[in-house]
Design a protein around this ligand. Structure first.
Ligand code: 5AD
Ligand code: SF4
Length: 454
């Protein structure tokens, strides 16, 4: 009998990957994906704990799920509700207390046990909680995905973090750093390509700390791993995220120079431009070291576009510190970026740090920083107008007859194209720059139209 499984995913791409694996685990048990939680047999919220807002969203969503669960029961059915991911890991008992109708709570390191947890929950009235860090490697227990990955696929190669930035919950929710053996990664990449993926994004909380067992002996860093993946026929594009400035080593820089499939776009979080704040954050790099790393990367791949993460209003951040962040932004020039107000996370060292920055000051700094970052993003996108970019079409676009895909620099690009061009890399002449995307025409058509008009 088929059952319906609804998964809602919050937060980072690693959660997207984990949600897909959860669906893979439940498919052999008859659970097929559902587009809405209404009437589902199993609802999983795969949650994010990175900032307070993200975590609070879960509790408001649970209120809605509870009503659907009760409606299902009134009709004589049963809906299991599970909370997964980093909020579950950090606040498992709190969830059981505040939302006792939740049947299963499990963290990012135990989801390979999901089928057992579901069986147990169906058998018992009480809740099931598993937020342990088991000794067995989760990846060894995950089935090969039966689902088609799509044109652009995620592949987790590394998990957890040993850096302990003072503001961050990741070392506590995802645990110690772990790298998958290179042979496993290459085998999964090969399966993804066979199933239709043209682009793979290698994922890890600190992906360039990757140091997986090499196929013969010793270890490979991320640079070596990318070099090896570049030999897979049919894998046209490789990306990786999220990286740490301290772990950009020579072999990774060489990969940016030598591997044409490695896309010229890099998300390299800096957090702040002030050495004082960076030290307080335990980032283990200075603003100067960050700039030098960027210079070396740009020397290796001159068209490299950069993205970053910023936190404003970290405890003790002065006006001068904030100005140093603006200076760094002006000096480097980012193609896009994410910026956040500092949000104290329980259990992290910064949560109890002295000298918190008042809310209105945080808001003012965030607005000022975002104004500059948005100008830079706009300027970068505008610099693409009138140029032909190779676009990997991924899916239908907003309007009928359109497809949408990504440029090498991760910009969304819309163009009129036949649906059978999904999965192809096509030259697109960029004609219009919208706030969050580009629009253009397939360059063959642009030329043909030109000839026709003449
Ligand atoms: N407050 C605000 N932003 C945070 N981030 C991580 N922890 C916090 C926090 N406590 C941001 C960082 C990180 C991104 C994923 O989220 O910029 O790079
Ligand atoms: Fe968090 Fe710092 Fe690790 Fe990134 S490097 S996951 S910000 S502790």
């Amino acid at each position: 009998m088929t059952k319906r499984l609804f998964i809602k995913t919050y937060g980072c791409q690693m959660n997207v990957y984990d949600s897909a694996r959860m669906a893979d685990l439940m498919l052999p048990l008859g659970y097929t994906p559902a587009a809405s939680p209404d009437g589902a047999d199993l609802v999983i919220l795969n949650t994010c704990h990175i900032r307070e807002k993200a975590a609070e969203k879960v509790f408001s969503e649970l209120g809605m799920i509870r009503r659907l669960k009760q409606a299902r029961e009134r009709q004589g059915g049963r809906m299991l509700v599970a909370v997964a991911g980093c909020v579950a890991q950090a606040e498992g008992e709190e969830i059981q207390r505040r939302a006792p109708f939740v049947d299963i709570v499990f963290g990012p390191q135990t989801y390979h046990r999901l089928p057992e947890m579901v069986a147990q929950a169906l058998d018992t009235a009480g809740g099931v909680l598993d937020t342990s860090f088991p000794a067995e490697a989760k990846f060894d227990y995950l089935p090969e995905s039966p689902a088609a990955p799509g044109v652009s696929a995620f592949l987790t190669v590394q998990e957890g973090c040993d850096k302990f930035c003072t503001f961050c919950v990741v070392p506590y929710t995802r645990g110690a750093e772990y790298s998958r053996p290179a042979a496993d990664v290459v085998a999964e990449a090969r399966r993804l390509v066979m199933a239709g993926a043209r682009e793979i994004t290698l994922l890890g909380q600190n992906v360039n700390a990757y140091h997986g067992a090499a196929p013969a002996d010793g270890e490979w860093g991320l640079g070596e791993l990318i070099l090896s993946l570049a030999h897979l026929p049919g894998l046209d594009r490789i990306r990786y995220t999220t990286s740490h400035p301290r772990d950009v080593d020579d072999s990774l820089i060489a990969a940016h120079r030598d591997v044409p499939q490695l896309m010229p776009f890099l998300h390299l979080p800096v957090q702040s431009g002030s050495n004082r704040v960076l030290a307080a954050m335990n980032r283990r790099h200075t603003a100067g070291q960050y700039k030098r790393t960027v210079e070396r990367l740009r020397a290796a791949r001159p068209d490299l576009a950069l993205s970053s993460d910023f936190i404003v209003g970290y405890p003790g951040e002065s006006d001068d510190d904030f100005r140093a962040t603006l200076d760094l932004v002006a000096e480097i020039g980012f193609a896009q970026a994410f910026s956040f107000k500092y949000s104290p996370r329980p259990g992290t060292p910064a949560a109890t740090a002295a000298d918190p920055v008042p809310g209105p000051v945080k808001a003012e700094r965030l607005a000022a920083l975002q104004a500059v970052l948005q100008r830079q993003q706009r300027a970068f996108n505008e610099s693409c107008a009138g140029h032909v970019l190779p676009v990997l079409f991924e899916k239908p676009g907003r309007h009928p007859g359109q497809l949408v895909g990504r440029s090498p620099y991760l910009q969304s690009v819309h163009a009129e194209a036949a649906p059978d061009r999904i999965g192809e890399i096509v030259p697109v002449m960029i004609r219009a720059v919208e706030p969050n995307s580009l629009a253009g025409a397939i360059a063959e058509t642009a030329i043909a139209e030109g000839v026709h008009a003449a």
